[in-house]
Ligand binder design. Structure first.
Ligand SMILES: [Fe+2]
Length: 261
């Protein structure tokens, strides 16, 4: 059986328990997705949260998240998105807040965590030092590897969203080309399921635990598909299987008429 890890992303939590994003109570939606994830079979070995953990940059969203994640009893790893504050994450999430270019071993696999956040901007970037250190790390480590970051390193086919990817995403893709042990690059930010391949590497986006963005839309648009998570199956021989799992429906009806978020 493969090791199972689950990616939950972009919960956009508020300090206030009833805080809403586009009409959707983000804590309510996160709890519904987390409850569903905890019933996943095979049972998950770890949870990965790929950014936009909070919406309002307040500590209470992080402390709530910490309580919910610790209650699962599963190892969990968090990286920042454009709505997060790195210092606050470390202060309020403790050891589950990853450093830029952090590494965790899971079975025979390496999980690498990047920080693509760029303070003050919605788009992302990977500093030259982070790229160089990643290249060096992968030259020394041949284990099958998954890379996690918040922003998408290539266009996903949605014009408004594609202005907000990793500005130097090609640098990361070049690293994937040079290091075939990278089996997947996994991101949040796009609030939709996405999959493409580059050589033997899968490039994967996931639904948010709250609002979904309509794939292929040139302008901001809310999708009717419900929130969910991405499951990743890590085989000892380096194969990677993956699928998206969704709630049967939105816990509340999101506002469809909004011009942005
Ligand atoms: Fe987000």
């Amino acid at each position: 059986m493969p090791l199972q890890i689950l990616q939950l992303t972009d919960p956009h939590l508020f300090a206030e328990p009833d805080g809403k994003l586009l009409g959707l109570t983000t804590r309510l939606s996160f709890e519904a997705v987390l409850d569903l994830a905890l019933t996943h079979q095979p049972r998950p070995q770890a949870l990965i949260l790929t950014g936009d953990l909070v919406q309002d940059e307040q500590p209470a969203g992080y402390t709530y998240l910490r309580q919910r994640l610790e209650a699962t009893g599963l190892p969990h790893y968090c990286i920042p998105g454009n709505h997060d504050q790195r210092a606050a994450m470390h202060q309020w999430l403790g050891a589950s807040a990853m450093d830029p270019l952090d590494l965790r071993r899971l079975g025979s696999w390496n999980l690498v965590f990047l920080d693509s956040s760029h303070p003050g901007r919605d788009s992302g970037t990977l500093g030259g030092e982070q790229i160089d250190r990643l290249d060096s790390l992968l030259s020394a480590q041949e284990a099958p590897t998954l890379i996690f970051l918040h922003h998408h390193p290539l266009p996903v086919g949605s014009a408004w969203m594609d202005t907000m990817g990793v500005e130097n995403g090609t640098a990361l893709l070049s690293i994937c080309d040079r290091h075939p042990q990278i089996k997947g690059v996994v991101f949040g930010h796009v609030h939709q399921a996405f999959r493409t391949t580059r050589g033997g590497c899968q490039i994967l986006g996931a639904p948010s635990t709250c609002i979904q963005f309509r794939p292929g839309s040139a302008e901001f648009a809310v999708d009717e598909r419900p929130p969910g998570y991405r499951a990743l199956g890590l085989y000892p021989d380096g194969r990677l299987s993956t699928r998206v799992v969704r709630l049967p429906h939105y816990p509340e009806s999101p506002l469809q008429s909004s011009q942005g978020y």
